[in-house]
Design a protein around this ligand. Structure first.
Ligand code: NAX
Length: 325
């Protein structure tokens, strides 16, 4: 049996975590042979609800769970963490401007960045899910100067998975047959799901679908999918977001087997002329616990325009929190 690893999850009493924690505990993220110690963070008003989650976790008698720690102190929850999934964040309240939301979350992620810096394993793998995920990730990263910036990533995998599913349905194939999909930029409505390199059953997707569908249906459907789910379900994506977080961390930790995935990563040194001080989603492969940018892709005029738009939004978000980073 392997030595247990420590997995910290924030927003642990929230709806995404209600799917996520149980899948981590079942071994879906790190493998069926990897024991875990769960370190769950919440804010004081949600600690009672979190105790209910812990009771259910205990009732599952998961063989891989070797300990459960709960806390409302990030210094406790991140102690020696090998993995940190930052799910908890402040939702947008009535009348709240986007800049207010950025600032309210900024306050959370400065504290959590410092707590990771001071307490987590130096190799901690951090995934930020809580929105605005890319900018929250940038804030956490900047507040953790002793950790490698490459340890910090933002979740774009839900957008990536949504794209693959839409293509599979359109081409009457299966999502496992879709490869080399890229979602660039911000996890927001400016994200750019790009099929220029994508293949389905080994053949170019752009030959299998018409350009009008791609530009006027596919891209807006993926960009607006979160809103469509809220409209249908009366609540935001939860199980699919948890599943994407599992996919992201599993591939990062255990490798993507040469498959391209989309991850929001620190843009320093990127090969696509993107501003070097953002968390921007790029095409990535993972091997030996490291992520690597897919380089050398040709960027056409339409792609450049779409990539610039999402970059501009990220620059604007960064400006709104500049005093926190
Ligand atoms: P919920 O409101 O159900 O849960 C959030 C939990 O976080 C609450 O229990 C709250 O008490 C806790 N929390 C708030 N501040 C905290 C802090 N400082 N420390 C620890 N816990 C804290 O939201 P849920 O539906 O679970 O969504 C969580 C976040 O994921 C939201 O910001 C949401 O917008 C974001 N999403 C991100 C996605 C992505 O692809 N990156 C997709 C899904 C989701 O929309």
């Amino acid at each position: 049996m392997k030595t247990p690893v420590r997995v910290a999850i924030t927003g642990a009493a929230g709806q995404i975590s209600y799917s996520l924690i149980f899948r981590v505990a079942a071994g879906d993220m790190l493998g069926k042979d990897q024991p875990v110690i769960l370190q769950l963070l919440e804010i004081p008003p949600a600690m009672e609800a979190l105790q209910g989650v812990v009771m259910e976790l205990n009732d599952c008698a998961f063989p891989l769970v070797h300990g459960i720690i709960t806390s409302d102190d990030p210094n406790v929850a991140f102690k020696d963490a090998d993995f940190a999934l930052l799910v908890g964040s402040r939702p947008r309240g009535p009348g709240m401007e986007r800049s207010d939301l950025l600032k309210a979350n900024g306050a959370i992620f400065t504290v959590q960045g410092k707590a990771l810096n001071d307490n987590a394993s130096k190799d901690v793998k951090v995934l930020v899910v809580g929105n605005p995920a890319n900018t929250n990730c940038l804030i956490a990263m900047k507040n953790a100067p002793d950790l490698n910036p490459r340890n910090f990533t933002a979740m774009m995998r839900l957008d990536h998975n949504r794209s693959m599913s839409q293509i599979a349905t359109k081409t009457d194939s299966h999502s496992t047959k879709v490869e080399k999909m890229v979602v660039w930029g911000n996890h927001s409505a400016t994200q750019f799901p790009d099929i220029a390199n994508a293949t389905v059953d080994g053949a170019p997707v752009k030959d299998a679908v018409d350009n009008d569908w791609y530009v006027n249906e596919f891209i807006p459907t993926v960009q607006q999918r979160g809103a469509a789910i809220i409209k249908a379900r009366g609540a935001s994506s939860a199980a699919s977001a948890a599943s994407a977080a599992i996919d992201h961390m599993r591939d990062w930790a255990l490798g993507s087997d040469g498959r391209w995935v989309s991850m929001g990563v620190f843009s320093k040194g990127n090969s696509y002329s993107i501003d070097e001080d953002l968390i921007y989603a790029l095409p990535i492969t993972c091997e030996n616990g490291e992520w690597k940018e897919v380089t050398g892709l040709e960027i056409g005029e339409f792609q450049q325009k779409m990539m610039n738009a999402t970059e501009e939004e990220l620059k604007g978000e960064k400006e709104a929190v500049i005093d926190l980073i």
